[in-house]
Design a protein around this ligand. Structure first.
Ligand code: B12
Ligand code: SF4
Length: 504
């Protein structure tokens, strides 16, 4: 039985925990006394407790994040009730800042704030040799990246076969966007590239084909990024898929040369735009060249096959409904495959807290601490925008309405989609679990009712989208002869779309 358990509740099974694998890989001589157990949010906390205690551990290290803190608090409360002698060590971004008053911290024995790669091993050594650290909250020193053992051999064959493989070529971010936890990093620390790529080679040889880079700004060091892109290009295969997060205004020629070579379905970029309002950018210390951003997005869309996700945030201090809408319209015009509309959250430790009073920022006290209202957007408008974001994900981003999206947005994307979103909620009173056929029918009804459209054109366009999404029912709008005529081409398209959806 292991003395040390490392455990966390992931958002979903497909998301494997990279953080815990680092901790495990860096346990040194304690590695053989440790076991990694992963759960998901769907599991009941009491079942998690049972599974943990069945291993009879002395120490349980738990990874705490914004998505699991509520569940993990219950786990810790029960663990401590049943087995107060088991030492609970917490770590992860959700307990790394402003943690003194958190219930989970009060219940646990120790907290390692910050990067736990070496600090967890050091604490376990102390605890197992009977020593007691002087303080409950231990702030970990930033480890030197070339002294951190890489975690990739901790991925099992089952992980490789069924889950996204998270990887990290550099850690941290040099930028200071105040809503983001990475703004607290002093810089970005690269891992030794040869060593990193050798591990990627090993993963590749073991069959890994879905690589998701968690680097905050993949395109920071162009030489290093190019080498990584070329590494994957040399190993291109039908099922290879790589995902990177980019800053939008930096795309030098050297990177472009590599990016254009990626075939369809193999490359995905998440591009943080966040806001296109220069006043708001300045207020939250985000440096961004919007003209360059637009040019890069345009170029990527026109000259590459990369799947583009651009992020925008609702609720930043000083962002009004109108200025958010203007940003959305500008971005929609650049036509990324997805616009990910996120609701501002007040992450523990994030410097955006300094605007709370001046902009009357009111955040939910429950994780994930969504903004509820602020000086510019009242609660009911914020709720409308929440629904806008949700419906946008179902319709605008799902890849299921590629052609209909154009009819829906026309020349005023934000205004029209907000109108549609208000209508959809009034009719359905639902933002979740709308069956796919019903959603298609609602889109048809909404377009007919709200906007001036040629119904026959709409019927054709929606039939194509419906068919290409892989659906095979008989919704009322279907143009039967067209549906029958749609070829295997459509099925191939559906497969590609499904691949993107699987990769997210
Ligand atoms: C992958 C990821 C996800 C995945 C989930 C992964 C999973 N396992 O389930 C998905 C895509 C679902 C996700 C969603 C969200 N995420 Co996210 N996500 C990440 C991301 C990109 C990578 C995490 C990672 O692997 N990092 C690399 C490892 C090495 O770092 P680490 O996990 O922090 O682990 C280190 C330390 O924290 C510590 N540590 C970790 N566990 C433990 C345990 C112990 C015992 C100890 C001692 C130490 C310790 O040591 C580790 C090694 O140094 C990070 C950004 C980043 N690059 O870190 C954001 C991040 C974790 N996410 C964040 C946020 C805000 C979100 C969202 C709310 C975003 C949104 N939609 O608005 C959602 C939440 C979804 C929900 N359901 O509520 C914030 C975290 C805020 C917080 N307090 O937890 C981060 C840090 C981004 C940021 N810079 O602001 N996310
Ligand atoms: S939003 Fe992106 S660029 Fe800004 S601090 Fe966070 S990771 Fe860095």
């Amino acid at each position: 039985m292991p003395d040390i358990l490392l455990a966390t509740l992931n958002a979903q099974y497909s998301h494997a925990s990279l953080g815990l694998r680092y901790l495990s890989a860096n346990l040194g001589e304690l590695r053989s006394q440790a076991k990694l157990l992963e759960f998901t949010l769907e599991q009941r906390p009491i079942d998690v407790v049972e599974a943990l205690l069945a291993q009879q551990p002395k120490i349980v290290g738990l990874g705490v994040y914004i998505w699991n803190v509520a569940h993990t608090t219950e786990v810790v409360a029960m663990l401590k009730t049943v087995r107060p002698d088991v030492t609970i060590v917490l770590g992860g971004p959700e307990v790394s800042y402003e943690c003194d008053e958190q219930r989970i911290v009060q219940l646990a024995d120790y907290v390692i704030a910050g990067q736990g790669d070496h600090a967890f091993a050091a604490l376990c050594r102390q605890l197992l040799s009977g020593e007691r650290p002087a303080t409950k909250i231990i702030r970990a020193a930033v480890p030197k990246m070339d002294e951190v053992a890489l975690p990739y051999r901790e991925y099992t064959d089952a992980d490789i076969a069924h889950r996204l493989i998270y990887v990290e070529a550099s850690r941290g971010c040099p930028f200071k966007c105040e809503f983001c936890l990475s703004s607290l990093d002093q810089t970005a620390w690269p891992f030794q590239q040869d060593v990193f790529l050798a591990e990627m080679q090993l993963l590749y040889e073991r069959g890994a084909r879905h690589f998701k880079f968690v680097d905050r700004t993949f395109n920071l060091n162009v030489k290093a990024s190019k080498r990584i892109l070329e590494f994957f290009l040399e190993r291109m295969a039908d099922d290879l898929f790589v995902h990177f997060e980019l800053i939008p205004d930096r795309l030098p020629e050297a990177l472009k040369e590599s990016i254009v070579k990626f075939p369809p379905g193999s490359l995905q970029f998440e591009i943080g735009v966040q806001t296109l309002n220069p006043d708001v950018q300045a207020r939250i210390s985000r440096k961004q060249d919007d003209a360059q951003t637009a040019e890069n997005l345009r170029w990527l869309r026109a000259h590459t096959q990369a799947h583009l996700h651009a992020d925008l945030i609702i609720g930043l201090p000083g962002e009004t409904l109108a200025s958010f809408g203007a940003g959305f319209d500008r971005l929609a015009q650049l036509n990324p495959h997805e616009i990910q509309v996120g609701i501002l959250k007040r992450l523990r430790g994030a410097p955006i807290a300094r605007h709370t009073q001046a902009f009357d920022m009111r955040y939910s006290p429950q994780p994930p601490y969504n903004i509820l209202s602020n000086a510019d957007i009242d609660f009911s408008t914020m709720q409308r925008l929440q629904r806008f974001a949700r419906y946008w994900d179902m319709i605008g981003n799902s890849g299921r309405f590629v052609r209909t999206r154009e009819l829906l947005l026309a020349d005023a994307p934000f205004e029209r989609f907000l109108k549609f979103s208000d209508w959809l909620f009034a009719i359905s009173r639902q933002t979740h679990r709308i069956a796919l056929d019903r959603l298609y029918e609602l889109v048809f009804d909404g377009l007919v009712e709200l906007f001036i459209v040629d119904v026959e054109v709409l019927r054709d366009v929606l039939t194509r989208d419906y068919f290409e999404s892989g659906a095979r029912g008989a919704p009322k709008f279907l143009n039967e002869p067209l549906a029958a005529a749609l070829s295997s081409d459509a099925r191939a398209h559906a497969k590609r779309q499904a691949r993107h959806r699987r990769a997210e």
